[in-house]
Design a protein around this ligand. Structure first.
Ligand code: PMP
Length: 303
């Protein structure tokens, strides 16, 4: 499944199985990496990357927060992403640029370790399972909270931060749910293990504040933009846990998850237990852009 011909590694395209790192790489011990997840869509006008500039910018910002100096320019990495997709003959794929600390330091202090960059691409379908874009997913409120402020920086998309996401995801799966929703350190709704969350009630769309230990995603931003274009009121605000149970609709957003409806939370049915009309309208507009290649907001980079 996660396989293709080539991976771009430190400046050159190498065979998938040759893209290796040493076990004494700093990243393997301390989680010192930053990364991105980008989708390339097979639109009616050709293959196009969604939010390429924004994702590459965020890779730089995540790295800046963790004092990682990437030894390439943003343009070089964008070009490398496109070369990798072409080398793998993908029409549509998921793109994973990864920056990590390599060999040279064995202690916590990372500064003597090398900084390495890899870009992998592979063909990937729906993130949370087949049919979920229509039927929705069952989720639970996790017993694990998101990162508290000033512990790990939630605005950085960094490897170590995802130890928290793994706890949320594994607990949800072992309890029979597709995904876990985490509360922030104050007990307000924050996000899923790899998605932002939206709650619809009385035709108003609510989403947690960017400062609430979330990764403020580009899909979240796109959905807020589309919602306003469609005339909905969107409020970024604190959402108490109980608002989930009495919501008319809930959906999750992310590059991988796209716009995924939630049909139950903690086995309490949401709305009529399938995709609601607001979710459907937003999904329709979003998927129209990435499938047709009509790009009214300049979100696509054709390759
Ligand atoms: N939150 C977390 C924790 C994530 O991992 C992701 C996926 N990158 C998101 C939110 C959604 O971000 P985006 O829409 O930019 O993919």
């Amino acid at each position: 499944m996660y396989n293709s011909l080539k991976i771009w590694m430190n400046g050159e395209l190498v065979g998938w199985s040759d893209a290796k790192i040493h076990v004494m790489s700093h990243v393997a011990h301390y989680g010192s990496s930053t990364f991105e997840g980008i989708r390339c869509y097979d639109t009616a006008k050709g293959s196009a990357l969604l939010f390429l500039d924004e994702h590459v910018r965020r890779l730089w910002e995540s790295s800046k927060i963790y004092r990682i100096e990437i030894p390439y320019s943003e343009t070089e990495i964008k070009d490398a992403i496109i070369s990798t997709i072409k080398a793998n003959n993908h029409k549509a794929c998921y793109v994973r640029p990864l920056v990590f600390r390599g060999q040279g330091a064995l202690g916590v202090n990372p500064h003597r370790a090398s900084i390495e960059v890899a870009i992998a691409t592979w063909e990937w379908g729906t993130y949370l399972g087949e049919d979920v874009l229509e039927n929705g997913v069952d989720v639970k409120v996790s017993s694990w909270h998101r990162l508290a402020p000033n512990t790990l920086p939630s605005w950085a998309k960094a490897g170590g931060n995802y130890m928290n996401s793994q706890l949320i995801k594994m607990e949800a799966l072992s309890d029979g749910y597709a995904e876990g929703l985490a509360l922030d350190h104050n007990g307000y709704v924050a996000e899923g293990s790899g998605e932002n969350i939206f709650v619809v009630r009385h035709n108003i769309i609510y989403t947690p504040l960017a400062a609430q230990s979330i990764l403020p995603g580009f899909t979240r931003h796109a959905v807020m933009h589309i919602a306003k274009e469609l005339g909905y009121e969107v409020r970024e605000t604190l959402i108490p846990r109980e608002a989930l149970y009495i919501a008319d609709e809930i959906f999750l957003t992310g590059t991988a998850a796209e716009i995924t409806p939630v049909r139950s939370v903690d086995r309490i049915p949401i709305g009529n237990e399938k995709r609601g009309p607001v979710t459907e309208a937003l999904q329709h507009e979003y998927l129209k852009i990435v499938h047709s290649g009509e790009d009214p907001y300049n979100w696509l980079t054709f390759i």
